[in-house]
Write a protein that binds this ligand. Structure first.
Ligand SMILES: [Zn+2]
Length: 152
């Protein structure tokens, strides 16, 4: 994947001609470039991890924003709006401090990312773990409550 030789005009680092040349080169070769980058990533997992850590440390809010967008399709501002509507409490148990592991963003697994109602609410870790253990089964939760009340 050798680049064709640059003309003198293109060789200037910040010239528009150079930018156009780079853009055109990327458009013509992006499949090979992406494959090469992916291959580099596979050979250097420790570097990838350290770059990720550096980014998350340097830009914690941007990193959080990107994670929310990727995983749930909402922005950080939307996430804070949801938490504000819940009065900064867990949507189920209404606890205001989620513990050292932070809040869990709860989503509806039967919907697609980007659908209305995909993100159901923000929960404390305990409430989120309960959902995980009963696999979203309301009947199972009813049985738990029934069992608890029976043995009071
Ligand atoms: Zn809770």
């Amino acid at each position: 994947m050798g680049r064709p030789k640059l003309t003198e005009k293109q060789a200037g680092k910040s010239s528009v001609a150079r930018q156009n040349y780079d853009r055109q080169y990327y458009e013509d070769n992006y499949v090979a470039i992406l494959a090469k980058n992916k291959d580099w990533g596979r050979r250097n997992p420790d570097k990838i991890a350290s770059y990720g850590l550096k980014y998350r440390t340097q830009f914690p809010w941007r990193s959080r924003h990107n994670l929310l967008l990727r995983r749930f399709g909402i922005t950080l501002a939307q996430w804070f709006c949801i938490l504000l509507l819940q009065r900064n409490c867990c949507a189920i148990c209404e606890i205001s401090y989620p513990g050292p592991r932070g809040w869990a963003t709860d989503h509806n697994p039967s919907k697609q990312k980007g659908d209305v109602g995909y993100v159901r609410g923000i929960l404390c870790m305990s409430c989120n773990i309960i959902f995980g253990h009963v696999k979203e089964d309301a009947a199972h939760l009813h049985k738990l409550v029934h069992y608890l009340e029976k043995h009071r």
